[in-house]
Ligand binder design. Sequence first.
Ligand code: FAD
Ligand code: NAG
Ligand code: NAG
Length: 495
Amino acid sequence: MLYATTLSLLALAFFSLASGTPSVASVYDCTKAKGVPIVKPGDSSFAELAEPFNLRLRYTPKVIVLPTTAQHISDAIICAGEEDGKIKIQARGGGHSYASFSSGGQDGSMIINLQNFQDIKLDKETNLVRVGGGVRLGNLAQGIYDQGKRALPHGTCPGVGIGGHATHGGYGYTSRTWGLALDTIVGLDVVLPNGTITYITDKQHPDIYWALRGASESFGVVYNFYMKTNPAPQKITYFQFHWNEILGSRQDFIDTFRHIQDFATNSSVIDERITFGLYIDGSTYRLTGSTFGPLDEFNEKIKPELFRTIKAPSSSTVESVDWIPFLISLSDQDSLAEPLTGYDKHDTFFAKSITVPESDGLSDAALGAFHDHINNDQNPESWYTIINLYGGPKSAVNAKTKEFASYAERNSLWVFQNYGVQTSSMPFIQKINDVILQAQPQTRFGAYINYVDPTLDAKTAHELYYGQETYEKLERIKKVVDPKMLFWNPQAIGA
Ligand SMILES: Cc1cc2nc3c(=O)[nH]c(=O)nc-3n(C[C@H](O)[C@H](O)[C@H](O)COP(=O)(O)OP(=O)(O)OC[C@H]3O[C@@H](n4cnc5c(N)ncnc54)[C@H](O)[C@@H]3O)c2cc1C
Ligand SMILES: *[C@@H]1O[C@H](CO)[C@@H](O)[C@H](O)[C@H]1NC(C)=O
Ligand SMILES: *[C@@H]1O[C@H](CO)[C@@H](O)[C@H](O)[C@H]1NC(C)=O
C-alpha cells in the first residue's frame, strides 16, 4: 500500500517533468516578456489588491494583472492559456462578489483587475455613456449627472462595480421604470478567452452578446460598457414607513405583508414609476420606496391604498427630493465619490437570495414560517432580510424575455436578500430560505445571481440562476468561445 503510493507520487513527479509542464514561474515570465503590469504574492501591494469585499472568503491569486490597455488584457489571457487551462481567470470590477469570485473563488487564479479602466464619457448626441469596466456605481451616477444631467438604473451602494453588477442584473430604485443596469447595455468592448479584442453588440457576435449579459465571468473581460442613459428626474418622491411593532405578532406580520403584496400587484395604484422594498431585522420592519410621480399623487392616491386594512405605521416620511441628494441618502454616505485606487471598505458576511415567482407570490404559510423563524431566540447578533419589488404591474424588469439576455430572472414578484454577519450566522440565514421553501413546496423559487451564494453546488446554482433551457444554451456557447475553460469560478458556466 505504502509502496504503491510512493511509486505513484514518484511517477507523477516524473511525468510532470517529462511532459514539460510549464514551471510555476512561466506565467510571470510570459507576462513580463509582453510588458503586462502584474503583481504577485510577496509584492508590497499584493495583500491589499487581493483582498475581496467579503473578508469571510479570502483567496490567494497566483497573479494579479493591472492592465492599462486592452492589449495587456489580451496578452495576460494568452499567457494564462499557455498553462493549458491550469490557471483560471476572473475579471475584477468592484470586487463586491458575495462569494469572492473576483478573487477566483479558489486559490491560484489569474485576476484581471480593471482599476485602471475608470473612464466615464457621455455622448451628448446619442445619450449613450461609455463606462470603463472598473468604474464604481457612485462615480458613475455622479459622472453622468455632472456631464449632462443623465441617470442610469443601478444599485444603491457606491462602491459596487459596474463590471459584475451590470453583467448579472443590477437592481435599484429606478429599475421598475428603467430596467436593470444590464438592460441599458447596447454594446461592450471585450477581450475574449482566445485573446481577441472586439466590440460586441446584438449584431456582432450576437451569441456572446447574449451570454455576457448574465454570465460575463465565463466569457471574457468587459473593459468598456456602452449604456443608454435617461434624463435624471428633477424631483423624486421618497417614502419610508415603520411597522416595527408587528414583528412580535404572527397574525399582524402575515396580514401586513399580505396586504403589501396585494398593494404591490394592484394596477389601480401601481405602475412602472413606483418601487419599494421591505427591510426586516430583529427589531425593524420598514418599507422604503420612491416614485417618479409627484408628492400629491402619492399622498392622495397611493398611500391611502397602502394603509387601507392594516395598522397605521409608527413613523412616516414622505418627501420630494432632488436626484443626487436622493442617491446620497440611499448610499448611507456623505457623497457618491469613491477612490479610484485603494478602495478599502469590507464586510464579513454570508447571504442567500430567494426569487418569488409573480404567479405565486408568498403564501400565508410561508410568511408564518418566516415570522416564527426570525422570532426564535437563537438569532445571530447581526442579520437582515431585504425584500424588493422586482415585478408587479408594468415593471420594466419583467418586460424582457430570455431571448434578450442570458440573465433569466424575468418573472419574479419579490427578491429576498437574507444577510448575516460572520460565519456563525450561516445556519440562521440558511434556515430563512429553508422554512420559506418548505412552506410553499409547489412554488418554483429561484435565486438572484448578483447575490451569488457560495454554498450552492454548480448544478444547483445553474438551475436556480438560469433554469435548464438558458443554461444549456450558455453551455453550448461556452464550448465554442472558451473550450479550455480559462474563465472559471466554482459556479461558472461549464463548472
Ligand atoms: C454592499 C453591497 C451592496 C449591493 N447592493 C446591490 C443592489 O442594490 N442591487 C443589486 O442588484 N446588487 C447589489 N449588490 C450585489 C452586486 O450587484 C454584486 O455583488 C456585483 O456582482 C458586484 O459587482 P463588482 O464588479 O463589484 O464585483 P466583482 O467581485 O468584481 O465581480 C463579480 C463577478 O463579475 C465578474 N466581473 C466583474 N467585472 C467584470 C468585467 N468587467 N468583465 C467580465 N466579468 C466581470 C467577476 O469575474 C465576478 O465573477 C450589492 C453588493 C454589495 C456588497
Ligand atoms: C386596488 O386599489 C383600489 C384603489 O385604492 C381599491 O379600491 C381596490 O380594492 C384594490 N384592489 C385590491 C384587490 O386590493
Ligand atoms: C476568437 O473567438 C471568437 C469567438 O469564438 C471567434 O469568432 C474568433 O474567430 C476567434 N479568433 C481566433 C484568432 O481564433
